[in-house]
Structures are given as structure tokens and as C-alpha cells.
Write a protein that binds this ligand. Structure first.
Ligand code: PEP
Ligand code: MN
Length: 359
């Protein structure tokens, strides 16, 4: 990180950027009210700090050790635009703003009729963003893999339904991208690209996806520490895309015997992550629990913990969902969750802001 002197001229700043580029590094420039800070992105072994620190106009040049510096609050503090949270705008929807954001829809898109009916219902219930899986990650190769797995034509058809349902009911749309070869196709149709828990570590996918300059809904792997989760988010941020929505969706339960839930929702991770980074953090109580009777309590708990919103699977006939039937809820149940979570947010947001800011 290079901090310029308060009276550094434009020419001095440009000169430092040119020197940085000559070294084969990228300059991430932030002009604060009184200071300009230049973050260096690239192979850190190549950075000659002693040389850079004596260039005209430079006040200081030093290494930032955290592996997730671009998304960390600490680093953004140095940029003097700290403690502010990043608000991500998609169409008319805000994520990470003053009010919670709700993503809802079916686990998997089954037909145009199914999707449009669910879209209409979740919109009425108060959802802001429509989800629907087209390429499904499944534990069994013999299960339904999503309409996209049937072929290019079927994938495009389902993507068209998703885009059109979003337009019809005025919601941005989101679907999961499982591989690099799907990125171009999916990005043509959707507003937000989802990286599923299983792909959290796929740095090649993250790079390709980030370059689409669309917000990324990024889910924590069920075995990843918070540090790993944030460190891998950095693969999106280094491409210049900081529109990253982090999502806590549960860790693998430990111990012998029955655990009764699909995963364990790591509630404490929500405020912890929000202290570490200015990015919004959402929670997914559907995959975290795998049980429809637990979606309400875990939604409320995640909201009280300071989540910026929730992602919930909904079906008009939950028991008949082709995928993840046990965790699907109805739109009426979603409405109750949204209403109550908005009230919980009203009660807890002020205190949670202080927690985030470290007060
Ligand atoms: C999903 O959101 O559709 C999904 C498969 O979730 P996860 O990647 O968290 O398992
Ligand atoms: Mn699902």
C-alpha cells in the first residue's frame, strides 16, 4: 500500500501509478478527501517498498499482511472510506443498505409455469430478488441435475424463463454458475451470479465470473473457516469487482450420531465477517437446516445477528419440489418471516452497526 502526501500533485500520483505498472503490478487507486492511497495488486515478492517510498509525493509505502486486504475494513480504513458498508445496487434493489434484502424462489426451476407462479407469490410476500437453480450441484449423479444439464437449448430456455419472470414481477434474478464454461451463457440472462458452497474454492471460476462485472452471490463452503472464505472472496475483488454478497449457509455438523439438521448455521460468523469486511453478509437458512420447520427460527436468529438479508427456498407445493423438498416453504410462510425479520432488524440494526464498527 502506498500512501501519498496530502499535498501530492496529480503528476506525482500519475508517476507512482506508472512506476507500479512498470513493475508488472496493478494500481488500485482510491482518492479520499485528503489522501490518495494506491493499493498494489500482484506478486508481493516483486514489490520494492524502499524504492517506492522515496518517489516524489509519497508519504509511506508498506505491506498489508491480511490475505483479504481488498475487502477488509482495515484496509479501507487506510483509504479513509472506512467503516462504511458497501451497498450493492442491482436494478432498484439495494443489498447492504438500511433495510434487509430477501432472495426467494425455488431450489430448482422445474417449468415455466412453476417458476412464474412462485415468482408472483414471493413478490407478493415481499421478496426483492428471484432465485432459481438451473445447473444444480447434487450429491448423486442419478438425481435431477437441473434443466440446464439436459443440453444447451434447455439451459437457454430455463434462463429465458428466469429473466422473463424477473421482468414480469420486477425482481432482479440470480442463479448458480457451477463451471467456467457456463459463465458466458448465464451472464447473458441474469443480474447476479451465484457461486455455490461447493465451488467456493474454485479460484479459476471466481476470476472468470468476476470479470463479468455483475454482483456475485458467494456462498461459504461448509468446511471453510471464516478466514478462508474471506481470502477466497479476494479472488473476485482482485479482478476489480467488489460487488460481492457473502452468504453464510452452514457448516458440516461434527460428532457421531444424528444431528437433526443438514448443516449447522454459523450465526456468530455473521457479525464476525461484518467486522472484518465492509461487504454485505446474508444467510441461507434453507440449506443450513434442510428442514422447513427450522426456517423461521433460523431466519429470525440470522437477522438478529446482523445479516443484511436472507436467501430462502420457496415452492407452492413444498413437498413436491423436485429438489430439496424437505426445506421448501410456502410464500405465506415466507411472508411471515419477512414481516417478523423486518421488525427484528428494526430492533437490532442500531446495536449491530456498533458491533460492526467495533464499538
Ligand atoms: C443453492 O443455493 O441452490 C445451493 C445449492 O446452495 P449451497 O451451494 O449453499 O449448497
Ligand atoms: Mn436447494
Amino acid at each position: 500500500m502506498i500512501i501519498m502526501k496530502a499535498d501530492a500533485t496529480k503528476q506525482e500520483i500519475d508517476n507512482v501509478i506508472a512506476e507500479v505498472n512498470k513493475l508488472g503490478l496493478r494500481a488500485d487507486v482510491s482518492r479520499g478527501e485528503s489522501l490518495t492511497i494506491i493499493g498494489l495488486v500482484g506478486d508481493e515478492r516483486k514489490i520494492p517498498f524502499s524504492y517506492l517510498s522515496v518517489l516524489p509525493g509519497v508519504r509511506d509505502a508498506h505491506m498489508i499482511e491480511t490475505p483479504y486486504k481488498l475487502i477488509s475494513r482495515e484496509y479501507s480504513k487506510a483509504f479513509q472510506e472506512p467503516s462504511e458498508n458497501r451497498v450493492i445496487h442491482v436494478g432498484n434493489v439495494e443489498i447492504g443498505g438500511e433495510t434487509p434484502t430477501y432472495i426467494a424462489g425455488p431450489c430448482a426451476i422445474e417449468s415455466r409455469t412453476q417458476l412464474f407462479r412462485i415468482a408472483e407469490e414471493v413478490k407478493k410476500a415481499g421478496a426483492h430478488i428471484l432465485r432459481g437453480g438451473i445447473f444444480k450441484p447434487r450429491s448423486s449423479a442419478h438425481s435431477f441435475q437441473g434443466l440446464g444439464a439436459k443440453g444447451d437449448e434447455e439451459a437457454r430456455e430455463a434462463l429465458t424463463w428466469l429473466r422473463d419472470a424477473g421482468r414480469a414481477f420486477e425482481m432482479p434474478v440470480l442463479t448458480e454458475v457451477r463451471g467456467e464454461n457456463q459463465v458466458d451463457l448465464i451472464a447473458e440472462y441474469v443480474d447476479i451470479l451465484q457461486v455455490g458452497a461447493r465451488n467456493m474454492y474454485d479460484q479459476d471460476l471466481l476470476g472468470v465470473l468476476a470479470r463479468k462485472s455483475k454482483p456475485v452471490f458467494y456462498k461459504r463452503h461448509f468446511g471453510a473457516s471464516v478466514e478462508e472464505f474471506l481470502s477466497f472472496s479476494e479472488y473476485i475483488a482482485v479482478e476489480g469487482n467488489k460487488d460481492i454478497i457473502l452468504c453464510e449457509r452452514g457448516e458440516l455438523p461434527i460428532g457421531k450420531g444424528k444431528n437433526f439438521t443438514r448443516y449447522t448455521l454459523d450465526l456468530a460468523a455473521i457479525p464476525v465477517i461484518q467486522k472484518e469486511t465492509y461487504l454485505p453478509v446474508m444467510a441461507d437458512p434453507s440449506h443450513a437446516t434442510g428442514r422447513r420447520d427450522l426456517i423461521y427460527p433460523m431466519s429470525c436468529a440470522a437477522m438478529a445477528a446482523g445479516a443484511s438479508g436472507l436467501a430462502i427456498e420457496v415452492h407452492y407445493n413444498p413437498a413436491e419440489s423436485w429438489v430439496d423438498a424437505a426445506q421448501a416453504i410456502t410464500a405465506d410462510e415466507l411472508k411471515k418471516i419477512i414481516d417478523d425479520c423486518n421488525r427484528i432488524h428494526g430492533l437490532t440494526a442500531g446495536q449491530n452497526k456498533k458491533v460492526k464498527a467495533g464499538k
